[in-house]
Write a protein that binds this ligand. Structure first.
Ligand SMILES: [Fe+2]
Length: 355
């Protein structure tokens, strides 16, 4: 694998992180009660946000039926999305107006609504901020282009291959597993277009915006802490064994990958403990438990967040357990660290100690 492909491959996993980010942003989600349309709903009704949520809540309940028809469901959601003028909705307007490109080389994600059955998110991309191939395990996704345009490619998993190889990277021995995927969609989506994926069709996709682009996505069900998206490096140079639309791909087998850990003294670990403010908003609280440290990402200093373990692979350097995220503390070992940086492939997010 050449360097470029290698880079593409590690480039994320960031959605794992985006998943987390979305979840935590849900603290500030707008959960509004919906009584607007009093059930008077037709295909031509222009919907407001409350009516949209009410209708979506109702539709998303179909996922609990013994035989959920995902094709029908995603078509219904598409229809619903097309009845909404999202930039006019107050909550979305607020997000759009307060937009800043806080994470270079990576899109900005905002959770608009989240509940167990589904979540609605707004993604804003600068030109060149590309989401490489990844999947959405056991989920459907309906994507509405609010502005801009993007090349969207969708694939279905074809076959697991027995071949794999091992690489060592940042103290982690990674097993890269090979598989084949079948391209089922390859189109430029523009304002007003909707792109669909279901659990078994087109579940793997990549999105490459051609310009500044805004997308509203409905995921059903919502991401949870256990959602483990897989990121693929796809050999797009040619078809696999000449089979039309079938490509060879590679992904990290997390179960078989291993971090070579180092031991750090309690005294050393204590130097990392504290609260850090991220330059893209939010806080990271580092805490010690026994002989280890963990990290919690929170919206503000005194709200709870999701806890993650930090696994040391070098002095001042940790992997976030079960994530493709590294956490590197500054410091010369003489005292408390003053900052930390999270590395999500080539995207980095810094945070300064505030407490
Ligand atoms: Fe996606």
């Amino acid at each position: 694998m050449d360097d470029f492909k290698r880079r593409e491959f590690i480039k994320l996993s960031a959605l794992g992180f985006a998943g987390i980010a979305l979840q935590l942003n849900a603290v500030s989600a707008y959960a509004q009660s919906a009584n607007a349309h009093l059930g008077k709903w037709s295909k031509n009704t222009a919907l407001n946000w409350d009516a949209f949520l009410e209708r979506l809540t109702h539709l998303a309940q179909t996922q609990h039926q013994p035989k959920w028809n995902q094709k029908q469901y995603t078509q219904q959601v598409k229809q619903l999305l097309l009845q909404c003028n999202f930039p006019e909705f107050e909550n979305i307007k607020r997000e759009i107006e307060s937009y800043e490109d806080k994470t270079p080389n990576w899109f900005e994600a905002a959770s608009l609504h989240r509940e167990v059955d589904f979540q609605v998110s707004l993604f804003q991309f600068e030109k060149g901020e590309y989401i490489p191939h990844h999947d959405h395990p056991d989920m459907t996704g309906v994507i509405n282009v609010v502005s801009g345009s993007a090349l969207a490619k969708n694939y279905s998993l074809e076959e697991q291959l027995s071949a794999s190889r091992e690489v060592v990277k940042n103290g982690r021995r990674e097993v890269l597993q090979k598989c084949t995927i079948r391209e089922v969609g390859n189109e430029v989506i523009e304002r007003g277009d909707v792109s669909i994926l279901t659990a078994d069709e087109g579940n793997i996709h990549s999105i490459m915006p051609n310009e500044f682009t805004q997308l509203v996505d409905v995921f059903t069900p919502a991401y949870t802490a256990d959602t483990k998206s897989i990121w693929y490096t796809v050999d797009e140079d040619g078809y696999y064994n000449g089979r039309k639309n079938v490509f060879e791909a590679e992904y990290l087998n997390k179960g078989l990958s291993k971090i070579d850990t180092v031991k750090l003294s309690r005294k050393k670990l204590n130097q990392y403990v504290g609260s850090y403010r991220m330059n893209n908003g939010g806080f990271l609280r580092v805490f010690r438990y026994g002989k280890a440290i963990g990290m919690e990402r929170t919206a503000s200093l005194d709200t709870p967040g999701m806890k993650m373990n930090l696994v040391p692979y070098d002095q001042n350097k940790f992997w976030v357990e079960d994530q493709d995220i590294r956490c590197v503390f500054d410091g010369d070992g003489s005292g408390k660290s003053g900052s930390l940086t999270l590395y999500i492939s080539e995207v980095s997010i810094s945070a300064r100690r505030v407490k």
